[in-house]
Design a protein around this ligand. Structure first.
Ligand code: 9D3
Length: 235
């Protein structure tokens, strides 16, 4: 394949991505050349002998700030390799990530993901070299790396050929967002717990009705927010 969907990931911990990306569906898809993830080590662009990537905040306060020079050098390196790619900073201040955004980003010409560390990134870097800021939710991480991994996973599974089962994607896109019904496999009885009789009935209409009811009940109980806002979230 000439140029698959490519994601460059800028980080001071590029080894963070190795094992997850080599594993399972993602690993297979990369092996097949369906997409590529190219780590870019921000520290390699630091010019002092200690390879410094952080500095104290102007105005004082706790913690350190990611200094602009090495980060911008890394961004310019990545941008030169992929001038059309969307440059995204993973940050708690970003717009919340969701399924519709994953779908949108899977249509981009490529991505440059920037993983912040320390208390944050010098704001001038964001102003001049970042297109979009994304958060993965309202909880505190140690840095942008786990967030980048989540974006990569959610986005690349939407690329052509990555999921073997094409129809499961179709199902997601056209159904209204709701939680799944409970799943069971063999044995019919496990440690005194039985599979619901309806699933053994062979009556496909009855099974479909039961699953729909279970799905609605779960969504109502656990995620009522999915029912009252009809945002395009797909899944
Ligand atoms: C003193 C305030 N800081 C600690 C509570 C703010 C802070 C800075 C840096 C909190 C977390 C981080 C590191 N997090 C990310 O880089 C990050 C993140 C997250 O923490 N939650 C959800 N999405 C994301 S995307 C990147």
């Amino acid at each position: 394949m000439s140029s698959p969907y490519t994601i460059q990931v800028l980080s001071i911990f590029t080894e963070y991505f190795e094992s997850p990306l080599a594993t399972s569906i993602t690993g297979k898809a990369i092996e097949k050349g369906l997409f590529a993830v190219e780590p870019v080590d921000i520290r390699a662009f630091a010019t002092d002998k200690h390879k410094t990537t952080d500095d104290v905040p102007f105005g004082g306060g706790a913690g350190m700030v990611m200094k602009p020079e090495p980060l911008v050098a890394a961004l310019e390196f990545a941008h030169a390799r992929q001038p059309d790619a969307l440059r995204i900073l993973l940050t708690p201040q970003g717009e919340p990530f969701h399924q519709a955004l994953a779908r949108e980003l899977s249509q981009a010409p490529g991505l440059i993901l920037v993983c912040g560390r320390y208390e944050g990134v010098d704001e001038r870097v964001i102003d001049g070299w970042i297109d979009r800021e994304i958060s993965i939710g309202d909880y505190v991480l140690t840095g942008g790396e786990p967030a980048a991994l989540i974006l990569i996973d959610a986005i690349t599974r939407l690329l052509p050929g990555v999921l073997g089962n094409v129809c499961s994607i179709d199902e997601e896109s056209f159904s209204k967002p709701s939680l799944e019904y409970p799943h069971y496999t063999r044995p019919r009885e496990f440690r005194g717990r039985s599979v619901p009789d309806v699933l053994l009935s062979g009556n496909h209409k009855l099974i479909a009705d039961w699953r729909r009811a279970q799905s609605e009940k779960r969504t109502r109980e656990r995620r009522p927010d999915l029912l009252d806002n009809h945002r395009d979230s797909n899944d």
